[in-house]
Design a binder for this molecule. Structure first.
Ligand SMILES: [Zn+2]
Length: 474
């Protein structure tokens, strides 16, 4: 395994500047489509490493692509760097303590995600140069994974059209090849328009848009009993129509998130939610306007790439956590409930291991647990090109994503080690594809088979643009 060892050395040689990059992104948490400082950090790193850089990819100012090498094949490594609102948190402590009241925080570990992906791409670039091998490696800096579906827009704009395979990862509690079980997901705003009037003097002249929102929610809540058990529907009322109870609310808006196992199931469920909304408008004599905000596809697996990534995991072993890492992780685990930890193991389909604050093993390929019922915009990339993702331990076992505990561990020694481990797994998978063209051929055949009876149609309607944000004044 000479080549794999070479690629691991290349990762190790640059681990420090990339850990520092992850820490700088951790310290400037920016949410969907506002990642101006984070993308600037990634662009600076790409340029200093000699990548050919394309900024404002797909017309999105916080998206970037860097390419190195010549000829084919083209291997894409996907990174992210967006944070979450309301999760500001000090690093290195095991109690909730915001750095900035109400501020943002890296509660999904995307500071590590982007930096490890860029480190992997850099190591592959260095290997291509040293070995004089044909092939290109690209780093895609993808914004707005959290609710922004940026990769879907990037796919729609053709950013991945000439890519052969895509590789990514996500921070978590365990080490494994991702089992590709995310849900397709869409967000739709339903705005009802009624007629204002004095609620006491002339109630018969008013038509309440807020009533329509309430009736829609009641209708959907009844519908829940009669939908697939792995589908999900959530809502948030964005506009209640005002704060005066003595004015009939003329306008009200509710945002729905609808999730289903695949795009076909998603479209069926959306059609039913739309009928409920139409019914609410009919009952209240209001009118209805709808707007799709974002949408992502479910993840499509790829057996050939998953097996290749598993081989990389098996050769590497683990991230090399030490007693100090385990001691800090144990203090984080002490803030979790026993159910948090049990359900983390259940989702992986493995028995619980006592006294194991950090995962130092690899879960075998094909181990089935309770599926992860979230969504990711990597889904759309996986429908466009054969895609594989790693899940790598960067946090104490049981740490729920989108929690202060993730932010608190985001700059820790164990997070840094997990990040470097992730870069090695991804880079080794890419190197196998570059050295063995049959891997890419098998991956493409598998991909074609999966699309044969359900071709990809981007779930984002053609007229929906990414909600890009203005660059803040310096
Ligand atoms: Zn995430």
């Amino acid at each position: 395994m000479q080549n794999s060892e070479q690629i691991w050395t290349l990762v190790d040689e640059k681990r420090e500047p990339f850990q520092a990059l992850a820490d700088r992104v951790w310290a400037t948490p920016e949410i969907a489509y506002t990642e101006f400082k984070s993308v600037a950090e990634h662009i600076a790193m790409l340029k200093s490493e000699g990548f050919r850089v394309s900024e404002s990819l797909a017309g999105i100012p916080t998206a970037v692509m860097g390419e190195a090498g010549e000829g084919g094949p083209v291997i894409a490594i996907l990174g992210e760097y967006d944070a979450l609102p309301g999760l500001s948190q000090e690093a290195g402590i095991a109690e909730p303590r915001p750095l900035v009241a109400g501020g943002h925080g890296h509660g999904c570990g995307h500071n590590l995600l982007g930096s490890a992906a860029l480190l992997a791409a850099t190591a592959v670039k260095d290997l291509l140069a040293e070995a004089g091998v044909g092939g290109r490696v690209r780093y895609y800096g993808c914004p707005a994974e959290e609710g922004g579906a940026a990769k879907g827009f990037m796919v729609r704009e053709g950013c991945f059209d000439d890519v052969d395979i895509a590789i990514s990862w996500h921070p978590g509690s365990f080490n494994r090849v991702d089992d590709a079980k995310s849900l397709a997901n869409t967000r739709i705003d339903f705005t009802f328009h009624g007629r204002a009037s004095h609620a006491s003097a002339a109630p018969h002249l008013g038509r309440s848009a807020l009533d329509a929102v309430e009736l829609m929610n009641v209708g959907v809540n009844y519908m829940r009993e009669h939908m697939p058990s792995d589908a999900r529907i959530h809502y948030a009322i964005l506009d209640t129509g005002g704060v005066a109870p003595n004015v009939v609310q003329a306008k009200a808006k509710v945002r729905y998130a609808v999730r289903a196992r695949d795009l076909v199931g998603l479209n069926q469920l959306i059609a039913r939610v739309r009928k409920v909304a139409d019914g609410a408008a009919l009952m209240t004599e209001t009118t209805l306007e709808t707007q799709v905000v974002s949408a992502v596809s479910n993840l499509l697996g790829n057996t050939a790439l998953e097996e290749a990534m598993q081989r990389a995991f098996d050769r590497l072993g683990n991230a090399g956590f030490d007693d100090a890492d385990r001691a800090f992780a144990a203090t984080i685990q002490a803030t979790l409930s026993p159910e948090d930890i049990q359900s983390a193991y259940r989702r992986q389909g493995i028995p619980q291991r006592p006294n194991t604050p950090l995962c130092d093993f690899v879960i075998p390929l094909g181990t089935n647990g309770d599926p992860m019922l979230g969504s990711t915009d990597v889904g759309d990339v996986s429908w466009k090109v054969p895609t594989v993702q790693a899940r790598i331990a960067t946090m104490a076992i049981g740490t729920p994503l989108h929690s202060w505990q993730v932010v608190a561990q985001g700059k820790s020694a164990h997070a840094h080690k997990g990040m470097v481990f992730a870069a090695k797994v991804m880079a080794a998978t890419a190197v196998e594809a570059l050295k063995d063209p049959s891997l890419i051929a098998r991956a493409k055949a598998d991909h074609a088979r999966r699309l044969a009876d359900q071709p990809y149609v981007c779930p984002i309607p053609a007229d929906v643009r990414p909600p890009i944000q203005p660059r803040p004044a310096e």
